[in-house]
Design a protein around this ligand. Structure first.
Ligand code: ADP
Ligand code: MG
Length: 252
């Protein structure tokens, strides 16, 4: 059975896209077949993984104008494929609002390929709008990247309320796959304090691996490569490899 994970945090710039690309790449390196789904009209995942022409992509898929085999592309990593997004997806957010079952478009669209992959990883935009709700409705579990900063806890409690609401209404199967820390700077006491507080509260739902701030991780997308290919010996690479292993381990 393929497992579907969605990366969600309504805050931008916390590492959703970076994590989807690099966890996906290390899952593929570990022998798993993986499909990345870019579900953000910013299309950072698509460009970060080296897709040059993103049409037809996920917008065409959910609006029914392209079949799924036409929107899945291979990447430079073996066993890692992607459904790209383009700016057209921003229009979908408006179109979807007017439709019945508007939160189930992505779930239905992915259904035919769900079992063709070991893992499907969905990258969401920085909001709790209709696209993110589609992501949450389609997933088995939600993975929450968190930056270690002062308002992190407040954001997390809003997200947890949304997840509860989804579990009640749209997707009773949805689990919290886990919370992980990104862009960690061990020199700051605040970062350490946030890790301590969140870990004390969420306990074993927090992954052991902490992703450090690492410039190589921020450079890799401009080369269209995951960190596993751009600089596999960097600390960013090693940490994402270890996080991918943890996600695989918890998922099975
Ligand atoms: P989101 O998808 O949540 O908006 P991104 O993954 O796009 O966040 O990350 C925001 C920015 O921070 C990007 O420019 C990315 O390259 C950079 N970045 C992400 N993770 C790290 C990290 N661990 N160290 C350094 N830069 C990072
Ligand atoms: Mg993003």
């Amino acid at each position: 059975m393929g497992r579907v994970y969605v990366f969600v945090n309504q805050k931008g710039g916390v590492g959703k896209t970076t994590s989807a690309i690099n966890i996906g790449a290390y899952m593929a390196e570990a022998g798993k077949s993986v499909l990345l789904v870019d579900f953000d009209s910013q299309a950072n995942l698509s460009s970060g993984i080296g897709v040059e022409n993103a049409k037809p992509g996920v917008y065409e898929l959910i609006s029914g104008s392209a079949p799924i085999d036409q929107v899945i592309r291979k990447t430079s990593t073996a066993r890692l494929s992607v459904i790209p997004a383009s700016i057209d997806l921003s229009g979908a957010a408006v179109e979807l609002i007017e439709q019945e079952e508007r939160d189930l478009f992505l779930k239905k669209a992915l259904e035919p390929v769900r079992n063709h992959y070991d893992f499907i990883l969905i990258d969401c935009p920085p909001s709790l709008g209709v696209l993110t709700l589609n992501g949450l409705a389609a997933a088995d579990a939600v993975l929450i990247p968190m930056q270690c900063e002062y308002f992190a806890m407040e954001g997390l409690s809003l997200l947890m309320q949304t997840i509860k609401r989804i579990q009640k209404n749209l997707n009773p199967q949805l689990r919290i796959g886990g919370i992980f820390f990104t862009m960690f700077d061990q020199r700051t006491r605040l970062a350490q304090e946030v890790v301590r507080q969140v870990s004390a509260y969420f306990k074993d739902r927090v992954f052991r691996t902490i992703i450090p701030r690492n410039v190589r991780l921020s450079e890799a997308p401009s080369h269209g490569l995951p960190i596993s290919q751009y600089d596999p010996s960097s600390t960013g690479a090693r940490s994402y490899k270890s996080l991918a292993e943890e996600v695989i381990e918890r998922g099975s």
